[in-house]
Design a protein around this ligand. Structure first.
Ligand SMILES: [Zn+2]
Length: 258
């Protein structure tokens, strides 16, 4: 019954096109969305409406959340799931927005003899399996102003959520219906090569942070796939093809058309 109500509510929401001011905010701060066709923009707008309705956006450290913030975040969250109905972050309840990169105190209790180490870390964003996701508005603005650097905090964090649909955030996302063998072979090989290059101190197109572990590799490659698809397709054609199949979209072809 709940499902029926939700579907009816969603149908009503989807029928409402986004106001022009929202599209202006998206075009200003979310360049990865710029190449979409009018039909894709319409569908993106539908997902944005649903995310704004069903997710709770909360400002932290006194930040007042504006429509612009909510819309810019929702539009970039919607991009990876544009052609994957049902992947619209069902387990996510709230998005916490900090004004700038935030400090967290992490506790590591796994040291020898029960020693607890604590450290202060600066974080730009993080995804929690429990249903909330943390972002820094300052970094979102910086990402929007630098579309060619391949960095996109929002896409990165939401990619972790998609990765987690298979049960764990481990770099192996749900591959139902896809060629798991091809994915594992190509993605694992690219990850191994990437870690070797990073260890050797060589410059890489894929951000060095991707060498942290397979989960970060998946998130970092997703950022590159949506931010610099043409360059990624040139340099890593096999990897690009796997991501295009996985996300069911071809952003490089889209960029060439515009
Ligand atoms: Zn990450």
């Amino acid at each position: 019954m709940l499902c029926w109500f939700r579907n009816r509510r969603r149908r009503r929401l989807r029928a409402q096109p986004l106001p022009r001011a929202w599209w202006e905010a998206i075009d200003r701060h979310a360049p990865a969305v710029a190449c979409l066709t009018p039909e894709e923009r319409r569908r993106l707008g539908e997902i944005v409406r649903v995310l704004l309705d069903e997710k709770y956006f909360e400002g932290c450290q006194g930040l007042e959340v504006t429509d612009e913030m909510r819309v810019v975040i929702a539009a970039q969250a919607a991009l990876p799931v544009l052609n994957r109905p049902g992947w619209d972050y069902p387990g996510l309840r709230s998005i916490l927005i900090y004004p700038t990169a935030y400090r967290v105190r992490t506790r590591d209790e796994e040291g020898p003899a029960g020693i607890v180490t604590e450290e202060n870390e600066v974080r730009l964003g993080e995804a929690w399996a429990e249903g909330s996701l943390v972002l820094s508005w300052e970094d979102i603005l910086e990402d929007g102003a630098n579309p060619d650097d391949g960095w996109n905090t929002i896409i990165h964090e939401f990619a972790h959520l998609i990765d987690g649909y298979s049960g764990d955030i481990d770099g192996l996302p749900p591959l139902a219906g896809a060629d798991t063998k091809a994915w594992s072979g190509i993605v694992n090989e690219a990850y191994e090569r990437h870690t070797k290059e990073v260890d050797a101190g060589r410059p890489t197109l894929i951000d060095a942070y991707g060498a942290t572990d397979p989960a970060e590799f998946f998130a970092v490659v997703t950022e590159l796939f949506f931010e610099r698809p043409l360059v990624m397709r040139d340099e890593h054609p096999d990897l690009y093809e796997q991501f295009a199949l996985f996300y069911a979209q071809d952003p490089a072809a889209r960029c060439e058309r515009t």
